[in-house]
Ligand binder design. Sequence first.
Ligand code: NOJ
Length: 556
Amino acid sequence: MERVWWKEAVVYQIYPRSFQDSNGDGIGDIKGITSRMGYLKELGIDVIWLSPVYESPNDDNGYDISDYRAIMKEFGTMADFDEMLNAAHENGIRLVMDLVVNHTSDEHPWFVESRRSKDNPYRDYYIWRDPENGKEPNNWGSCFSGSAWQYDKNTEMYYLHLFSKKQPDLNWDNPRVREEVFDMMNWWLDKGVDGFRMDVISLISKNPEFPDGVPGINGYASFNEPANGPHVHEYLREMRKKVLDHADTLTVGECSGVTLEEAKKYAASDNSELNMVFQFEHMDVDADGDNKWTDKKMDLRDMKAVLTKWQKGLEGVAWNSLFWQNHDQPRCVSRYADDGTYRERSAKMLATCLHMMQGTPYIYQGEELGMTNVPFASIDDFRDLDSINAYHELVEEQSIFSEEEMLHYLRYKSRDNARTPFQWDDTENAGFTSGTPWIMVNPNYKEINAMEQLEREDSVFNYYKKLIRLRKENPVIVYGSYNLIFPESEEIFAYTRTLDREKLLVLCNYSDTEQHVERPELFAESRCMISNCDVQTQENTVILPPYAAVVYYIEE
Ligand code: NOJ
């Protein structure tokens, strides 16, 4: 297997709106990020993935871009950006931009032109269709509720928007669109950025037949319907030749609806497309079919089966991204472990389980503190359009859930759980802003905050720091091959990693009760590389306290 820096790196995702405010307007900004570069260096991460900072009317917090070459005013200026990029590089940290090119904002000049008339030179930059029997051209749904088609009175046609109606989909079949995107990417690379996280890149190529899909609970087909379309690999190969081959980048494709077979193409080791993919199959383990609004808990056996499928399936042919959360997912300690009594221990357990797998780990801001879901009191506390639209659709329009039920699901699954301000210290607003924060601060900041954890040796922060350091010291963590053991256990996630003569045994207890595990004979003489609590062994039995995690190392 080829050894390269982006396989050995740890990526840290920053959601700028919620990271650090520097000017008291209640919104995180670029100067705020620059001021915290020392914190990131202390943690030891190698790469920042920066959620969008481009000019945007903020219908979807920056994922609706109106100018790809300008900085959102609330976040600062291009000079602030350059200063941040320099500061990152001076601290040995690379910076990867979020590339949102499945769609633009409806306020992007291309769309403003496109909607003017049928013969406008920009018309074909977007996807326009005539009505079908006076209705939408097909049953595709928007990710954010309702139809994916918006009728435009001016020309009496519909445009496609797989996300909000302020996020019209670009027409990648138009070579001029592709050239615009490639030029823009080269512009950022010339500035010195180190790669791209590509937003829903698996959706860029639409089936020209626009066939109906299977309807979900709201009556529309999933927004993922067009995933892995007919030309997606061709377009990414073109991007590789025209852009990526000329720079040393990290590229990660957000690939909703990707299958293992497709991922082998997107992230093939021959560098023909991208370095790695974000796949979401493990995020669906606790969904109810296509419906994410449920409080169903994952069955650990399903989680192990999915992650193992990806570990084994991509080995030697492509590369995995490892993540428990991002800005679209609730807090992992609340979702998969225990955010009460065992919060710290279980946060470290999840980290161990993930960081010891094969792939590049991603840490989402605050995960390294064990930040939790948020006790939102009412729908007025939410800011995310996905949550707000789903509430209106499923409670008010379709009466599928009662208000209380929906609030309960939102508190569990809403994206806003990940978007409350970073908890820096125990001063007002968690040290995030001197003004009024754009979204509520989680009231548990007095107990859970970076300042307290930096000083305490056994904190979640210091545990993440150790996991990152171990990865740098032990190639087996990066390159070792993975093998699941005890697949049937409902409480224990256990696997081995093997690289030549080096071996790891990873044991994680996902339950709140003590578990006894027979340690494979091979590891009888092994040493403990890391553990999140005191783990005893009796003969060859390992006694794992609730939410314990331990990694044993042996060189044969
Ligand atoms: C995926 C992003 O991660 C999400 O936050 C966004 O809303 C959609 N793509 C649309 O850009």
